[in-house]
Ligand binder design. Structure first.
Ligand code: 6PG
Length: 236
């Protein structure tokens, strides 16, 4: 469902509230909450809000397990690292056990790292990979996670995690694939800014062109999908 907020702050407040609500329900029901964080600029404020009252104190951090939807192949302390951003904005500010934080570590071979992350997910889930919540963003070119236009091989196959070398971008990346994303209980896109209005309109209202608009590949099989957008991104 599409939820439009006046500005990025209220969008971020809503996203933090969704995290708290789902985490509370999952911990009560199953004793743990698995969440996939997105990178980029948009989710940063949501992470900062979760690191401070009132949201911080409403989460049982000892039961939270954090994963990533994608990662650039850079060291954790590189400003381009998605895990590094989340660590600065949130993870070093809350009492979450380190063993419950699962960054995508690229190393010398993105392909080997993707396989390793997939193996780690297979053992962690010990069954269907049903993340409780996956945060995603939307790039102005229509990408989400690191599923970029033209990455045809991501449209098929059974892989849960893939290494990608996006054309025109300097860094190899690792990304969850639609196969695993679409098994989530809840997928929440966070989209803000006037520069996203055109691509958001195409993605939501345009014809199905998943090769050109990879975010259209995200259709949870049984779970829910939320589009949390601010007014300027929704002005179309
Ligand atoms: C990444 C992100 C990516 C992001 C979009 C939107 O590693 O770049 O995971 O998929 O969500 O590029 O980024 P912004 O929020 O910065 O617009």
């Amino acid at each position: 469902m599409l939820q439009i907020y006046p500005d990025q702050e209220s969008l971020s407040q809503a996203a933090a509230g969704l995290f708290v609500r789902l985490a509370t329900n999952c911990v009560q029901a199953r004793g743990r909450f698995s969440v996939v964080l997105s990178g980029g600029a948009t989710p940063r404020r949501t992470y900062e809000l979760l690191a401070q009252p009132p949201f911080r104190d409403r989460v049982t951090w000892s039961r939270i397990h954090v994963f990533w939807g994608d990662e650039r192949c850079v060291p954790l302390d590189d400003p381009r690292s998605n895990a590094g951003m989340a660590r600065e904005a949130l993870l070093k500010r809350v009492p979450i056990p380190q063993v419950q934080i699962h960054p995508m570590l690229c190393g010398p071979s993105p392909e080997a790292a993707a396989l390793a992350y997939e193996e780690a997910l297979r053992s962690w889930f010990a069954g269907p990979p049903r993340f409780d919540l996956i945060f995603l963003g939307l790039g102005v070119d229509g990408h989400t996670a690191s599923l970029f236009p033209g990455e045809a091989r991501l449209l098929e196959g059974e892989r849960w995690v893939a290494a990608v070398h996006p054309p025109g971008r300097d860094l190899p990346r690792i990304t969850l694939t639609p196969v695993i994303i679409n098994q989530a209980e809840v997928v929440a896109f966070l989209v803000a800014g006037a520069d996203k209005a055109a691509i958001l309109k195409e993605t939501l209202q345009g014809p199905g062109e998943p090769r050109r608009l990879p975010a259209q590949l995200i259709k949870p099989l049984t779970g829910e999908i939320y589009w949390l957008v601010d007014q300027s991104a929704a002005d179309f």
